[in-house]
Design a protein around this ligand. Structure first.
Ligand SMILES: Cc1ncc(COP(=O)(O)O)c(C=O)c1O
Length: 452
């Protein structure tokens, strides 16, 4: 273990690029040494290898809302490892997975009653897309093969999720191998109409009608499912206009198309309800989840489906496998045990209510940055927010590196993508920590304004 954490070995391995890092400018990070290495974490703070402590403004990657280093979760892991560390999930199961599925179904909107486990958001999304295709085939509508995503959507990096995703740089290298038959509706963001909205913009419900145009173009009989994030997270917190998700629901229902809400970010409290679906009062046919369900401590994802979908699959000879799909680690007992503890803690702490109490504070704090000259837009909903800066054509990438690095110096770990800084602080944050975060961010932006 000593050798694994030895600092000089770490530096050597970095300089050689041994760890090819995901979604990373590897050469840049490897050249930064200690500056970009995290050593430990406690509560809403990380400690970097150079000793600096930084506030976790995005709850990891939207996944650690209870903060870090919770001893109860560590205990749950140890106890489960001592009781049942692994069991095959094919043709058998175990109590942690079965009871967790029942618990998650109970937390979900009415009608969503069965859970299929995966290990990540990407796997959850690909599972949901395959369920949609299988569902229609089993109902004798095998012609429904099209999947509709949305511009600027992020649904992970599997072939399915990548294809329905709409973040252009993620697609470019793989444009030739996208899943066939996929199309995208337009995203619901229009700066001219919704800039500086607090919560849901009033303008824009009509943009959901774009789905009708795709239905007309392709014919409903060829479309299996529409997948959207209720709030588009990775592209920089795009909040659905009032009535927009309701319209998508109506159009899908009218044409027999399944509606999938990708709640990998919004699930388990980020919107002040168990699921964003409950916050917005719109029930999809499937919900994908991951991240917060285990507080990011051990990978887990899944899909919650309606009983109609589940029953459609539960057909044919009793001994036949109904859905030829699954992962070695689906419903992993360690992940399920952690998820139970995480949900216990969320219930006891009342994190949904905590998010609702913090939401107006985050809103006020973020919108107070409107006076900064480089700010183009500010938006927020639940315990999420985004600051969009004026684009700098050829210098945006350089500025985003500088924002990140100045953030570390100032004491905040920032998630900067292009011209946008996104926020999803831990649910356990105090109002003062939220205020401290935005004060630090103000300093970082002002400092970068001097250079760009
Ligand atoms: C909405 C959404 N779907 C899917 C994913 C992919 O999840 P993972 O990285 O766990 O595969 C993400 C990740 O951020 C996400 O935000």
């Amino acid at each position: 273990m000593t050798t694994l954490t030895n600092e000089s070995l770490c530096a050597l391995a970095m300089s050689e690029g041994r760890n090819w890092m995901p979604f990373t400018a590897n050469r840049l990070v490897n050249g930064r040494g200690d500056h970009r290495v995290v050593a430990s974490a406690k509560g809403p703070y990380y400690t970097m290898a150079d000793g600096k402590t930084v506030f976790d403004t995005l709850s990891g990657l939207w996944c650690t809302p209870l903060g870090h280093g919770n001893p109860r979760i560590a205990d749950a892991l140890r106890q489960q490892a001592e009781t049942l560390d692994f069991a095959p999930g094919f043709q058998m199961t175990h109590a942690p997975a079965v009871t967790l599925a029942a618990r998650i179904a109970k937390m979900a909107p009415e009608g969503l009653e069965h859970v299929f486990f995966a290990n990540s958001g990407s796997e959850a999304v690909d599972t949901a897309l395959k369920i949609a295709i299988g569902f229609h085939k089993l109902k004798g509508e095998g012609g429904r093969f099209r999947l509709i995503g949305r511009e600027r959507g992020y649904h992970g990096v599997g072939f399915g999720g990548m294809s329905v995703g709409g973040i252009v740089p993620n697609r470019k290298m793989f444009a030739t191998v996208m899943v066939p038959g996929v199309d995208h509706i337009r995203h619901p963001y229009d700066h001219a109409h919704v800039a500086f909205s607090k919560g849901q913009p009033e303008w824009g419900a009509h943009l959901a009608d774009h789905l009708e145009r795709l239905v007309a173009l392709h014919d409903a009989s060829t479309i299996a499912a529409v997948i959207v994030e209720p709030v588009q997270g990775s592209t920089g917190v795009l909040v659905p206009p009032v009535g927009y998700l309701q319209k998508l629901r109506e159009i899908c229902t009218k044409h027999g198309i399944l509606l999938i809400f990708d709640e990998v970010i919004t699930g388990f409290g980020r919107m002040g309800e168990n699921f964003a679906s409950q916050r917005f009062g719109v029930t999809p046919d499937m919900i994908t989840f991951a991240k917060a369900v285990t507080n990011g401590i051990i990978p887990m994802g899944g899909v919650i489906v309606t009983s109609e979908i589940y029953k459609t699959f539960m057909n044919g000879p009793d001994a036949a496998i109904e859905f030829a799909h699954g992962y070695t680690y689906s419903g992993h007992p360690m992940a399920a045990a952690v998820a139970h503890t995480v949900l216990d803690i969320m219930e006891e702490k009342g994190t949904n209510a905590a998010v609702r109490a913090l939401e107006p504070i985050l809103e006020e704090e973020v919108h107070a940055l409107q006076d900064l000259k480089s700010v183009k837009d500010l938006r927020n909903i639940g315990l999420t927010a985004a600051i969009e800066l004026n684009p700098l054509s050829d210098k945006s990438a350089l500025r985003s590196v500088q924002l990140f690095e100045r953030g570390l110096e100032e004491g905040v770990l920032l998630r900067v993508t292009g011209d946008t800084i996104s926020f999803g602080p831990p649910f356990i944050s105090t109002p003062d920590q939220i205020r401290g975060m935005t004060a630090q961010v103000r300093k970082v932006i002002i400092s970068c304004e001097k250079d760009f």
